[in-house]
Design a protein around this ligand. Structure first.
Ligand SMILES: Cc1ncc(COP(=O)(O)OP(=O)(O)O)c(N)n1
Ligand SMILES: Cc1nc(C(=O)O)sc1CCOP(=O)(O)O
Ligand SMILES: [Mg+2]
Length: 197
């Protein structure tokens, strides 16, 4: 089982705004910051998420997640090349993996992940990606392949697009800009949390 909504934040400062609203699954995805800053943010996020009983997922920084006693990480394909997977598994960390094509999906499934992410479902403005948008069609295809592994859809998602992608078989929708770049992020987050699948 996975929560149906998954918010990515780029800084721990969002958490005191979002956790009291009922957000239950959040990824801390920090880019281009010093290691000490990242460590301090993960530590704060861990404490806040414990307080609100929210699942924290640490993006990329699996060593810091281990050091700080976090229990869930997200790794992309290039991250997997560098990661010590036996160590991660032995420590009992849960693992989410990004996929963009069938070969990446084969690799991810072989690692028995706790979720598989498929993206970008729609064009995203967050980062440059060489992958064409997957569309609802590939969400359907991925769902047929992953079986019981929870499927997370990501990339260009919005409240308005959500029903089609849940219907296509995504167990969870993950967003960045639809909430963080909204003129009223709290209001937008509330809208996501009120969606009934
Ligand atoms: C839920 C989720 N899906 C995909 C990603 C992307 O991971 P990755 O390909 O490693 O890219 P970065 O996010 O590290 O730039 C993700 N973070 N979360
Ligand atoms: C971080 C990330 N990874 C993706 C992938 O396809 O692996 S798409 C993406 C960006 C998601 O941001 P937004 O909701 O603003 O489009
Ligand atoms: Mg990564």
């Amino acid at each position: 089982m996975i929560e149906p909504f998954y918010q990515i934040v780029d800084d721990v400062k969002w958490l005191p705004r979002f956790l009291p609203l009922g957000l239950k699954l959040v990824q801390l995805r920090i880019k281009d910051k010093e290691q000490d800053d990242v460590r301090a943010q993960i530590r704060q996020a861990r404490e806040l998420c414990r307080e609100y009983k929210t699942q924290l997922v640490v993006n990329d920084y699996w060593q810091l997640a281990l050091e700080l006693g976090c229990d869930f990480i997200h790794l992309g394909q290039e991250d997997l090349d560098q990661a010590d997977l036996p160590k991660i598994r032995q420590a009992g960390l849960k693992l989410g993996i990004s996929t963009h094509d069938e070969a990446e999906l084969d690799r991810a499934l072989a690692l028995s992940p706790d979720y598989i992410a498929l993206g970008p479902v729609y064009p995203t403005i967050l980062k440059q990606m060489s992958w064409a948008p997957q569309g609802a069609e590939n969400v359907r295809r991925w769902k047929a392949r992953v079986g019981k592994v929870p499927l997370v859809a990501i990339g260009g998602l919005s409240v308005e697009r959500a029903p089609d992608i849940y219907k296509a078989g995504a167990d969870c929708l993950c967003v960045v800009t639809d909430v963080l770049y909204h003129p009223n992020p709290e209001e937008r987050l509330q809208q996501w949390l009120e969606i009934v699948i």
